[in-house]
Design a protein around this ligand. Sequence first.
Ligand code: MF3
Ligand code: CO
Ligand code: CO
Length: 296
Amino acid sequence: MLMKNSKLKVGRNDPCPCGSGLKYKRCCLGKQTQGSENLKDLYLQKYKIRLKGKKDIEGIRRAGRLVLETLDLVEEKITPGTSTDDINTLVHEFTVTNHATPAPLNYRGFPKSVCVSVNEVICHGIPGKRILNEGDIVNLDVTSVLKGYYADASKTFFVGTSGPDAQKIVKVARQCLEVGMTQVRPGRTIGDIGWAIQRLAEGQGCSVVREFVGHGVGFEFHEAPQIPHYGRKGAGIGLVPGMVFTIEPMINLGERDLRILEDKWTAVTADGSLSAQFEQTVLVTEDGFESLTPFD
Ligand code: MF3
Ligand code: CO
Ligand code: CO
């Protein structure tokens, strides 16, 4: 496996992964060899991106484990007749029992501990009286704060047995997250992630929501940078080790346009078509990525 990393190396004359447009040797190469502190300062000053160190990564990984346990716990309760508020109660209690805080609760006025988004709801569904019906799809978006560290992940589940449209949009959304994650490595850019996702979604006749994006995460709920799920290959900020961000494509079966309901949170597809989403928190490593919320 000696050659494994060789093709991933950034050449002296290649464009700098930081996205400056300069050659690597004229930009970050020198700074990087003087120690990673310089890259950390550079990314903070230039982009307000806080690169994470070893201790931070371990903290986010721990929070991520709790998020996954929460999703697994709730998955078992997703059956026809369950209300979205029942799900909120489960998530809230499990989170606090595990010495963590549900990040959504009171975040910019969000009234509940988890986002629960059914069928045509794209994201930010507020748990309430809505009852899950056979054939629905439902996204649970869980963000936990454990010892000050945030991890954010979401999955879309079937309620009982779902029809072909539901099967299709859930499959495409899942593949979109995967193809986005496989772009993540030093030398690639934020634009590469969105480009790969958009190509897959639109190639399947689906559309990518543009108003909501992935985001840096770890020290806070939403940090720099923003991670659009559409874009141009090679565009945007270069990925460097220590970046932690979410990829969370929201994919619609119909058009990409959305509407926000009276509650000021719930985003729904304008055409009423189904929407699905998967999200993970990923770390850029020396030679690729590691998911800090690894579900398959
Ligand atoms: N978890 C969502 C995200 O992936 C954000 C939800 S904000 C809330 O970024 F207030 F609705 F919880
Ligand atoms: Co989320
Ligand atoms: Co997120």
